[in-house]
Design a protein around this ligand. Sequence first.
Ligand code: PLP
Length: 419
Amino acid sequence: MPMSNSYKKRLSDILPQIVKTFGTPFHIYDEKGIKQTCQKLITTFKKNNGFKEFFAVKALPNPSIMKIVQKMGFGFDCSSTPEIELARQIGSSGEDIMFTSNNTSFNQFKNAFGNGGCTINLDDISLIEKLNPFPDLICFRYNPGPRRKGNKIIGNPVESKYGLSHDQIIDAYSRSKALGANRFGIHTMLASNELNYKYMVETTRMLLDVVEFIHEKLGITFEFINIGGGLGIPYTPDAKPFNLDAMASEIIELFNRFEIHNGWAPKLYMESGRYITGPHGVLVTCVINHKNIYRRYVGVDASMSALMRPGMYDAYHHIHIHGKPHQEKMKKVDVVGALCENIDKFAIQRDLPDTVEGDILVIHDTGAHGHSMGFNYNGHLRPKELLLKEDSSVELIRRKETMADYFSTLTFEKKILSV
Ligand SMILES: *Cc1c(COP(=O)(O)O)cnc(C)c1O
């Protein structure tokens, strides 16, 4: 069920005008759909006191989009200094920003502490000594190792570079307490694009168990548990959507039991990216060539600089051709960009209606980890981003990259070391 029928209809009605005004290729996001998903998340978790979503900035780091989710009351999950700056520039600060970094440099911590600070989510026990001053509120990322199985994108926790091992966890919180921390949180992120809601319930159960274990050993209470992101969206037409209602009701039940047992309960934090914006963006690109050799190729004016997921993860993105409903007579084609990389394909051996040059292809579900993953390999530039607003107007929210951008890092002061 990729791309909602509502978005498809509203977009199709004006797509030729948008293409004429802005030119292809572009990603276009749906304000209405994003808001509806934010609202659904809020409503579904209403019974959980203090529930808060921190939108994972890396999924769609565009200030216009971030302002939409900020207005819904969300915070931001950032993993680098530029991502923190993005959140700060639209007015977020302090505990509305969660800094979840990995292999962090001293300068990144320095920036995180400055300008109103943020919540520090430490990835390793060795980083405790590198925090100066030590914050009042501290969170650690927990890696359960062999206690849990990972999923396809994230992989097996034992092989994952993230987080503290189970054996380090008591030491980490006790040292933090000794260094003056008074408020505590715990975080994990074990799944990516997971469609089975039970996985997130198990992650919640695991963190609540760890919290109880630490509480017994050290007597500290926890302000929050952060179960990470990773909620999946259905990319293929036959995939079932993530069952958010079931996830919420089972998690709320776990929290209720925890509270009865302990007399207190932490708040529930989440940091989804994909689930919030993924289905509400599409990449619009124009057919420029056809090529028939051992396979049939449809060449479009976008390349993997606009969307890495098919090449990088072998990911499926549904495609429809504007104005051409799927018909009986389809052709098996590869839809390709212009990179000198054979993985630069948006679709492989896909059944699509016959195309002609000038046809508009709509590649679904590019609203998360789409534009933001783009790169400049082979001199390919990243496309523009547009926003379809609730009042049906369309606004440019990022211009396309230019040759001047590509050459900008070649302008610098001469510097030579002669030895
Ligand atoms: C990538 C990431 C997220 C968001 O993942 P989604 O699959 O987009 O929900 C959240 N938290 C952390 C720490 C991440 O690395």
